[in-house]
Design a binder for this molecule. Structure first.
Ligand code: ADP
Ligand code: MG
Length: 220
């Protein structure tokens, strides 16, 4: 089992629970587990801003977040779709739960306006997850969960595991890949530092549980 370390316990307000936590996710599955724990704790109206460079793991985290919402349809990068609604599986754990609205704001400002994303649907019934959303998604709600993904600094690529730890997909020549989505180069497995911060959000969120999930530890 991969291990994740809580790099720090988060900064607690003097009279309240922690508002932020930093977790190291050594593998994509650890990043998904963190996302799943987050998604399981979200409700309609919640907004998650995902920040971090290309390949940082924003879509990977969203795959876990979808799991936590009971969404079973596959989550892929919405880069060419911009915004994608995905309903929870009626047979899943949250059949009446919020819809996942997965947005990619990368091109906003570059020939595309925020309003073009057409997010006017029922935000109260959705969990809105915005990749590249910093500076934009704040207008959606007074409070949000900001998740910043980074490769830890000082990481020596030579010390990273040399074998690809994602099981390689079997090649199926009979199924051509979708023409509209370029195949995304898969990054070698390497730790990601994931910083989760509650900003202006009044509803509490058990951040320690996110760190435990990323470490794949049982609850205390
Ligand atoms: N610890 C890790 N956490 C998340 N993704 C990782 C990790 N290590 C390697 N990866 C790989 O990095 C890539 C992240 O891609 P993606 O989630 O699409 O990034 P983004 O959406 O930020 O551009 C994937 O190929 C994933 O398998
Ligand atoms: Mg992405």
């Amino acid at each position: 089992m991969p291990e994740a370390r809580a790099a720090d316990p988060g900064t607690a307000a003097p009279d309240g629970p922690a508002r932020e936590v930093t977790v190291v996710c050594p593998t994509p599955e650890a990043t998904r587990a963190l996302g799943e724990a987050l998604g399981a704790r979200l409700a309609g109206g919640d907004v998650v801003v995902l920040d971090g460079p290309l390949g940082a793991g924003k879509t990977t985290l969203t795959q876990g977040l979808a799991r936590g919402l009971g969404v079973t349809s596959p989550v892929t990068s919405p880069t060419f779709v911009l915004a994608r609604h995905q309903r929870p599986d009626p047979a899943g754990p949250r059949p009446d739960g919020p819809v996942l609205l997965h947005v990619d704001a990368y091109r906003v400002g570059d020939g595309l306006e925020w309003d073009d994303l057409d997010l006017d649907s029922d935000l109260d019934a959705s969990v809105v997850v915005v990749e590249w959303g910093a500076g934009l998604a704040e207008r959606l709600a007074p409070g949000l969960v900001r998740v910043t993904l980074r490769r830890p600094e000082g990481g020596d690529p030579a010390s990273e595991p040399s074998e690809p730890s994602e099981p390689s997909e079997p090649v199926e020549p009979s199924e051509p890949s979708e023409p509209s989505e370029p195949s995304e180069p898969s990054e070698p497995v390497a730790p990601r530092t994931v910083h989760v911060r509650l900003e202006g959000r009044t509803r509490p969120l058990d951040l320690a549980a996110l760190a435990r999930a990323a470490a794949q530890e049982p609850p205390p």
